[in-house]
Each structure stands twice: as structure tokens, then as C-alpha cells.
Design a protein around this ligand. Structure first.
Ligand SMILES: [Zn+2]
Length: 115
């Protein structure tokens, strides 16, 4: 019985050894830093050191950087993040690559590791 749920699955590889640096969904580099700010309202500040993509969101106080990162990735794929200025064609190429991977990822499982 293969019960198939139709939900969007975004495959994110997170290595536990690298605590607060994650892979950027925009530029693909492992340069995303997550800060959890706990002044009054708790919020996560996610920023990529390579492409400069930036995302802030209120989060529950139990959130860890990795949780905020997942939220960031979701928001990114839903188009809720303002993209940093990148030179036109390059940016489009990256976007298309990402889309391709996203489709692949949702149709197959994450057994294949793309380089
Ligand atoms: Zn980036």
C-alpha cells in the first residue's frame, strides 16, 4: 500500500557538525547564517554571506537556527523573500537550476546526491 501524499518536499541537507551555517537556496553556497534574536519578540535573522539574501521572521522562542533556516527555505521557494540584486542572466540561470532541482526533488526521493 503506497499511500502517497501530495505535499511539497524540499530536500535540504543539513550537516549537524556545522552549527549555524547552512546552504543557501539562492546561490547554493554554504554561507547562510542564522541569528536568533531574543530581545522582546523573538525573531530569526537569516542572511547569506555570498549573495546577500536576507530574511527576518518572528519565530517561537523554542526555535533553533535550523528551524529558522527551514522557514527561510520555505519562504524562499514560495517567493516570499526579496531577492538580492544579482546580475540578470546569472540570476536567471541559478533560478532555473533551482527550479529543476526542486521538481526533481519532489518527484523522486533524495537518494541521488547531486553535486
Ligand atoms: Zn546565497
Amino acid at each position: 500500500m503506497g499511500r502517497r501524499r501530495r505535499r511539497r518536499k524540499i530536500v535540504v541537507k543539513v550537516k549537524k557538525r556545522i552549527p549555524e551555517v547552512f546552504e543557501c537556496p539562492h546561490c547554493g553556497r554554504r554561507t547562510v547564517k542564522v541569528d536568533i534574536e531574543r530581545k522582546g519578540e523573538v525573531k530569526a535573522i537569516v542572511k547569506c554571506g555570498s549573495c546577500g539574501i536576507h530574511f527576518e521572521t518572528p519565530v517561537p522562542s523554542i526555535f533553533k537556527p535550523v528551524d529558522a533556516y527551514h522557514k527561510f527555505v520555505d519562504a524562499y521557494y514560495e517567493g516570499r523573500i526579496e531577492l538580492p540584486e544579482v546580475k540578470g542572466e546569472v540570476a536567471e540561470e541559478i533560478q532555473e537550476e533551482l527550479k529543476g532541482e526542486l521538481i526533481k526533488g519532489s518527484e523522486e526521493h533524495k537518494e541521488e546526491v547531486s553535486s
